[in-house]
Design a protein around this ligand. Structure first.
Ligand code: SIN
Ligand code: FE2
Length: 202
């Protein structure tokens, strides 16, 4: 499904075997770059647990706000590499020439949600945002370019991939809730969302 706005939805883009292989790779990366609980610039703990893969990672804390950095904020180590399957998916669906340099890992458990926001910490908004859903189904909300614009709700199931490109690149979006126990994919349960972005200029 390709919306005129530039939003594209690829349901079941990854089959179960591909999802299982990807989850193994993500858990291996999380050994090197453990999940932590980020804090917003306003001082609130986010309900999702986060980590990153790639040359840069998106981080937030009260002192420094939203930003990209090359080191894990807790361990100080560089982030582990982005798995090849995700680089291939980006080349196919997002941008064939310029690879992503950041992959955010969000783990939703125990009622975690993500409030409506825009992704706007990247240098060049011509590069899309590519998002891969794994595990429990999310109730995703997609709005428009302005916070007050009408929104639509769609379910993101395990293996679904969405692209925010063109005008939709700066659309407000969030996760209202996750349907706990709707998937058996993630060891320990929950939902993992992988968000691939190009943070630096090409
Ligand atoms: C995000 O916008 O950072 C995450 C979206 C999602 O979990 O699907
Ligand atoms: Fe986002």
């Amino acid at each position: 499904m390709q919306d005129p706005s530039g939003f594209a939805f690829h349901p079941a883009r990854l089959d179960r075997a591909q999802q299982e292989a990807l989850v193994s790779q993500v858990f291996a990366a999380l050994e090197a770059a453990p999940l932590y609980r980020p804090v917003t610039p306003g001082g609130k703990s986010m309900s999702v647990q986060m980590s990153n893969m790639g040359p840069l990672g998106w981080v937030t804390d009260q002192a420094g706000g939203y930003r990209y950095q090359a080191a894990h904020p807790v361990t100080g180590a560089p982030w582990p590499a982005i798995p090849a399957v995700l680089l291939d998916l980006w080349a196919e669906l997002a941008d064939a020439e310029t690879p992503p340099d950041a992959c955010l890992v969000n783990l939703y458990r125990d009622g975690a949600r993500m409030s409506l926001h825009q992704d706007q910490d990247e240098a060049d908004m011509r590069f899309p945002v590519l998002s891969v859903s794994l595990g429990d189904t999310a109730v995703f909300r997609l709005g428009g370019a302005k916070r007050g614009d009408p929104t639509r709700s769609l379910k993101l199931n395990s293996g679904d991939v969405c692209l925010l490109a063109g005008e939709a690149r700066l659309f407000f979006h969030g996760v209202d809730r996750v349907l706990e126990g709707s998937s058996t994919l993630i060891p320990g349960g929950g939902r993992i969302n992988l968000t691939l972005r190009r943070a630096r200029p090409a």
